[in-house]
Design a protein around this ligand. Sequence first.
Ligand code: FES
Length: 94
Amino acid sequence: MRLQRLAETDRPAVSFTLDGRPMAALEGDSLLTAILTEDTYLRTNEFGDGRRAGFCLMGACQDCWVSVEGSGRVRACSTPITEGMRVSRGTVQP
Ligand code: FES
């Protein structure tokens, strides 16, 4: 699944990295939105081989954990993207 922007495309750009790869987002994006507009999945499932893209999108289901350097594990759906954020689908130590 990849998200497609249909509106608000004139917001300022924000740069971040995902597993070391440079990515672009827009100011005000959640981390989940930022990742899924640039890639086809959010993370892999620790209990199986399926790729995940979040579920509830409101901080309740725990299906969107990613790691942010300096912050540890965060819910991608309720974490705003910030300039220079270094995101990993694996474990990142704070
Ligand atoms: S998608 Fe459910 S907690 Fe983030």
